[in-house]
Design a protein. Structure first.
Lengths: 320, 320
């Protein structure tokens, strides 16, 4: 058992590279996990940090990272286009393999407890770690932002899960939680007719009666001169990729349009590909070997899911 | 335009055939609609009446039907296994063709207003006609039943939509509303392995992440010696039959099982079959004629949806 999570802390500093490097330094070159990216956004004045690896190994470096954020970021002077409420704004733990969402909730609690105690920072548990329905969605917690938080936190409904019921004057407050990974997935159709992509998106997406964990819409790709059904798969265990692309193929038939390819934007957990490959191999009566190498998995996924612009480094586990 | 609705009044009398005939007599042999069945249930001590036709033509006969229920049914003496709160317990209007759900809501209001005024009966609007979220589900309104209603109705939350805020001593109260028709649909698989039907049911049903308007489960048919995916399609416009059976076929492939047939239990609106036929004809590049006769529609539905035990009289419109 080697539990792997993705952890994506967001900090409210996206302009001062010196500060960003100082704050994120404890997360780099560590045993047990990798910092695969630090992406500052100047307009947002916010940086997104992506860690992958053993969650237990992340806890101590994350505490030092919090300490440095407390030291360097003064939220009373922060301006940026993205909504925010703290110097470290949000820290989600996302189960990738050999780890349950319940374990991720426990890591969120563990980190929250220590950070709140050491730095006197109020912390809200969110998403799957939320302790009440009003704390599931991050925007609900963040409403009012840093500036409104000192009043909001006095309300008994907004008593923090850890730390004092009082704003940290320069740091603000943080949300720490656990959530399922989502997959950004697009399916290419050999037509320029956006109406067809729109009708197919409606057939599969939750908001018009389709699959529960699919958000989808049409898009026309100017450079490539064809349409796509673009989507988020919010829970790939409940709505596996194969089921979605096969349903799209079935719907496309009535328009005499075919699926010419598909693409995964960003990273994708190995399990999501294995789940779908299992379907295709079973249909084709080919034995399924769950110990297959990542490059075999990548090749087979390209073949059966018609993935383009894909390679082994799109699989989260390839970074370990 | 010839608006067609299905209207299914339920009365709290399922044993005394003389009374049932007397109360339902005004609904029979009328111009503009048909009474296609009266089904008494002795254990429930309840009868379900199915009317099909022009809703405007139904209003006056329904009023006389209510008058006779007030006259003959004494709820203080009623016993039966089905939950109930009134002599006429519930009256849903269900749009079938050339009529919107909004129009059905209007018919529900029209009938409620007259019945409440003439007979001093409290009426709750329910389902799509509900005036508050707590009145959408009939069981929520009916909770406490006839015996608890005289207290419940005093609560301002349960003030009736029409009529006095006071129980009718022998009749009780009625729910009148509007809802979309549901289709009871089963898909046959050529296996005796219930686990396969169960896995496929999970893939398609709302409660495990599938299509929004599908309730589904597995069942083993002893007489026929194979399993079925048995389901309710709660909104066939959002989740058309073809999409469900084609998704089931796609899922079945991984188990090397095939769909050998399907069946519609009870009646089915013409539109539901037309919607699905349109898909298959388009796939096969056969022109679609929405003016096709009901027997052509029946034949084509049998062919493309692999319907068994089906004939034209399973189509609601064949009764008009």
């Amino acid at each position: 058992m080697n539990p792997i999570v993705q952890c994506v802390p967001n900090i409210s500093e996206g302009r001062d590279i010196g500060k960003i490097n100082y704050i994120t330094a404890p997360l780099k070159n560590q045993e047990g996990f990798k910092c695969i990216s630090v992406e500052p956004d100047q307009d947002y004045n916010r940086s997104v940090i992506t860690l992958i690896g053993n969650p237990q190994a992340m806890i101590e470096p994350l505490i030092e990272f919090f300490r440095r954020a407390v030291e360097k970021i003064d939220m009373t002077k922060h301006h940026g286009e993205h909504a925010r409420m703290g110097a470290v704004d949000v820290v989600p733990f996302i189960p990738i393999s050999d780890v349950t969402i319940e374990a991720c909730i426990e890591y969120a609690n563990q980190l929250s407890r220590i950070v709140a105690t050491l730095f006197n920072v109020p912390i809200f548990l969110y998403a799957k770690a939320a302790t009440s329905p009003s704390r599931i969605n991050l925007p609900d917690i963040r409403k009012g932002e840093f500036e409104g938080m000192s009043e909001k936190i006095k309300d008994s409904e907004w008593k923090p899960d850890f730390g004092p019921q009082k704003m940290h004057p320069t740091f603000g407050v943080t949300a720490i939680g656990a959530r399922i990974p989502l997959i950004a997935y697009n399916i290419d159709l050999n037509t320029t007719d956006e109406k067809i992509a729109s009708a197919i998106a409606k057939a599969i997406r939750q908001s018009s009666g389709g699959f529960q964990y699919i958000q989808a819409g049409p898009v026309f790709l100017d450079q490539r001169n064809h349409v796509q059904v673009t989507m988020n798969i919010l829970d790939y265990k409940k709505n596996p990729i194969y089921r979605i692309i096969e349903t799209v193929k079935m719907e496309a038939k009535r328009y005499h349009v075919t699926v010419t390819g598909s693409e995964i934007v960003g990273l994708c957990p190995k399990d999501a590909l294995l789940d779908s490959l299992k379907y295709y191999l079973s249909v084709n009566q080919i034995p399924f070997d769950k110990q297959m190498s990542l490059s075999e998995l990548s090749e087979d996924s390209i073949k059966y899911l018609q993935l383009r612009d894909f390679n082994v480094f799109k699989i989260i586990e390839a970074h370990l």
